[in-house]
Design a protein around this ligand. Structure first.
Ligand SMILES: Cc1cc2nc3c(=O)[nH]c(=O)nc-3n(C[C@H](O)[C@H](O)[C@H](O)COP(=O)(O)O)c2cc1C
Length: 174
């Protein structure tokens, strides 16, 4: 198989759930965020928004609300960088647009040696009254749906890779 760096990164990307205390530099964070903005979007509507939670208090409130939903388990795995990807509910393809943004960020992170993981619970967190208050305090309007969340950090341990791919993932129809 002919590999280049991009395909190598795609093939070795994993979800990381244990992080060291080393912070992600602003420079690397910005590279990852920029990569997100270069995602394709339906009709180039760019319906997604990337919300980087830099306010420690709000980040910890989000974590605490998440822990309530998960019987005390931190659904963000202690990550210090929590990035929400939201999209306009009534745009053409909000989930698809937001998912492309997220995947671009995961791959950019991997290419920089930074671990990432998709976290799916934030829309659920925002359903409670405290969650809704937090959502609004983050400047996220009711026209937006949270497509997914990207956590970032330096991996404490590297999971084995890649996970076995199912048989018949690809089918050629002639
Ligand atoms: C839509 C979606 C939602 C996910 N939600 C979560 C989540 O809430 N928490 C989590 O730990 N991982 C979540 N993941 C990560 C998957 O568990 C992971 O991608 C899968 O097990 C394959 O492992 P890999 O990413 O290391 O290849 C999610 C992935 C996707 C695509």
């Amino acid at each position: 198989m002919s590999m280049n760096e991009t395909i190598q990164t795609i093939s070795t990307r994993r979800s990381y759930r244990e992080f060291t205390d080393k912070p992600v530099s602003t420079e690397n964070l910005n590279l990852i965020l920029q990569a997100g903005t270069f995602a394709p979007s339906a009709m180039n509507r760019q319906s997604a928004e990337i919300i980087v939670i830099k306010n420690e208090t709000k980040r910890e409130v989000l974590r605490a609300l998440g822990m309530k939903l998960f019987d005390g388990r931190d659904p963000f795995y202690g990550a210090k960088e929590i990035i929400l990807v939201a999209a306009l509910k009534d745009s053409k393809c909000p989930i698809q647009d937001g998912s492309c943004v997220l995947q671009n960020m995961f791959l950019a992170a991997e290419s920089l040696g930074i671990g990432s993981c998709w976290i799916n619970c934030v829309e659920d967190i925002f359903q409670s009254p405290e969650g809704l208050e937090l959502k609004h305090s983050l400047g996220i309007s009711d026209e937006l749906i949270i497509v997914g969340t990207c956590i970032l950090g330096y991996p404490k341990k590297y999971p084995e890779y890649p996970k076995k791919r199912k048989a018949q993932y690809i089918r050629f129809v002639k």
